[in-house]
Ligand binder design. Structure first.
Ligand code: UDP
Ligand code: MG
Length: 323
């Protein structure tokens, strides 16, 4: 049984000015009820366009809050990385600012950690989502699990409790294209899933539209699988085989029936089909090259424009950590 930990909450916030004034007090109230050696709350303002930062300025005066303001909107995955890089506790809780991740699950998650699990990941039931979105996500996870060597659990989101040893392992991964759900699975450690009902967003709308979800899925697929590249090879080989067989057929036909000028339609259709497939394959290869280019440029995952808290001394310092 592990002792009482220092808990660091990591909250990415993009345009959450309406949610934060309610969410932070509710979270603090919950944390106060747990048997913790200490806690800190890190809110990452991910270049919000509303007055999230002003709201945070006010909240910092009342709560043990640490604010990291990114210099622009870097996206949720980068915001989470920024938060994880600044954690000083023994364990970190990743939680959204919009009440969709139920804070009532925190005691259960803490108990699982106390019982020896290094990572507790929330598995959401997608009852609030449309059947079309559920179909897409299910298909995505099927393809990913068939083609990737690491098993990324279906419907496991960012709502999770992570031990610092897992965080250190994740920080040591150098890649810039960070599909976090994949990275959590890749590093391993003793993990357990916890079912939870996702709540409705309290205020505002989701920042993830179809396009951003598609991009996220693409970075998951290209980051954790080379299936798309292999599909190109297999399909290319199949088409080459079909073309050779057709060529062979033409030779036989010419020998038997003489040279008839026919088959223009087949030829034209074949050429356009091949052209299309080639372009598609170049696109897939390009996608990987694009990602290699991003890695090679070696730009930071995020830039912090400002970092502040009311009184640094209320925050647990690294030397105070429990071993
Ligand atoms: N978020 C972020 N940067 C972004 C988009 C979202 O930090 O570019 C935060 C957002 O404030 C929220 C969490 O990530 O706390 C989840 O975002 P959202 O609710 O929009 O997504 P969904 O719940 O639909 O997955
Ligand atoms: Mg949400």
């Amino acid at each position: 049984m592990r002792t009482n930990p220092i808990l660091s909450c990591v909250i990415p916030a993009y345009n959450e000015a309406e949610n934060l004034p309610k969410f932070i007090p509710a979270l603090v109230e919950k944390l106060e009820q747990q048997h913790l050696a200490g806690y800190e709350i890190i809110v990452i303002d991910d270049g919000s366009k509303d007055n999230t930062l002003t709201v945070l300025d006010g909240l910092v005066e009342q709560y043990p809050l640490r604010v990291l303001a990114l210099s622009r909107n870097f996206g949720k995955e980068a915001a989470l990385s920024a938060g994880l890089d600044h954690v000083t506790g023994d364990i970190a809780l990743l939680i959204d600012a919009d009440f969709q991740h139920p804070i009532d699950e925190i005691p259960t998650m803490l108990n699982l950690w106390r019982n020896g699990y290094d990572m507790v990941y929330g598995i959401r039931n997608r009852t609030t989502e449309s059947w079309l979105k559920r179909l897409f996500t299910h298909s995505f996870y099927r393809i990913l699990s068939l083609s990737s060597s690491v098993q990324i659990p279906e419907n496991a989101g960012d709502f999770r409790l992570i031990d610092t040893k897992v965080i250190t392992a994740i920080q040591n991964l150098p890649e810039k294209n960070r599909y976090m759900k994949g990275l959590y699975a890749w590093v391993g450690f003793k993990s357990v899933g916890l079912q939870f009902s996702e709540q409705e967003r309290q205020y505002g709308t989701s920042s993830f539209n179809f396009k951003s979800l598609f991009n996220l899925a693409l970075s998951g697929l290209t980051g954790f699988s080379d299936l798309p590249l292999r599909v190109c090879i297999y399909l290319g080989a199949l088409l080459a085989f079909m073309a050779m067989s057709y060529g062979f057929w033409i030779i036989i036909e010419t020998l038997v029936e003489g040279n008839k000028v026919a088959g223009w339609a087949t030829l034209a259709a074949g050429m356009t089909l091949l052209g299309g497939i080639q372009l598609l394959f170049i696109g897939i290869v390009g996608e990987y090259i694009g990602r290699i280019y991003t890695e090679v440029k070696n730009r930071p995952k995020y830039i912090i424009a400002a970092e502040y808290s009311k009184d640094k001394s209320i925050l647990p310092q690294p030397q105070q950590r429990l071993s």
